[in-house]
Design a protein around this ligand. Sequence first.
Ligand code: ADP
Ligand code: MG
Length: 309
Amino acid sequence: MKIAILSLDATLYSTRRLKDAGDKRGHQMRVINYMCCYLNITADKPMVMYQGKPLDDFDAIIPRIGASQTFYGTAIVRQFELMGVKSAIPNQGISRSRDKLRSLQILSGEGIGLPVTGFAYLTEDIDHLIEMVGGAPLVIKLLEGTQGIGVVLAETHQAAKSVIEAFRGLQANILVQEFIKEAGGMDIRCLVIDSKVVASIKRQGAEGEFRSNLHRGGTAEKIQLTSQERITAIRAAKAMGLPIAGVDMVRSHRGPLVLEVNSSPGLEGIEKATGVDVAGKIIEFLEKSAANDKKGTPRSGAVRDRIKY
Ligand code: ADP
Ligand code: MG
């Protein structure tokens, strides 16, 4: 197959691993900087252009869209889908995963375990909002934060109120969330591919840190999941419309609670901690789904019906 990896940087670990895994399995792999792509949006032949030429011969793409480039990146993915090119990760799943509020509503709609979460516009209701999620200590999150930046633990009611007011003063959209104390600064990342958990790690936050993100100094280790955790991860990925996903959850007294679902999960931490060839499994998934999917023709009704915006 001819496969494009949409990535800003060919030297990144995940991009290199995907390229190597594809090369090894005999595919023609190419890394495309999606920010340099441009679009020809027409009724009869929608096309993605790159350096003066149409990108019209790929069988599949693997999007690795950066959090700060979601808008442009998903437009490029959507255009490839319109051209009938198989995307390992559909544009709709990427958009959903980038908005924590929308993600939690989707998961809630499927009855998947979540920390109690509140969202409001008016600051007049702050006191009630705080009480609604169980009072302090509580977690306050920017809707579009990532890597633990924009996630704050407020120890007291007054601190929570001040942080909420400060964020609102900056016109930032936030969630307030029940703090799962018993998680003890640990969360679980499950790598789901095609309705299977192929690798899972636990991440422990640095000393005194409730956020377990590796970017915030957390450490990763292989973990054995309970069957409930495994099922929750698979259901969460499916609800989001993501055949490939990194599902993050915490262990609580009432079972696993999903925090977020990632559509461009990093491969380095999880491959190194588990020894699993996740990149190889992603390529394998594409081979399988390309064989199942009859390749679409641009503009055909079949292609349009499959695309979700
Ligand atoms: P980000 O997108 O920035 O990674 P997360 O929602 O995943 O934001 O939060 C970052 C980390 O903070 C999580 O991995 C987890 O360790 C911790 N955390 C987040 N929400 C809660 C919560 N409600 N209770 C306990 N810990 C939490
Ligand atoms: Mg996270």
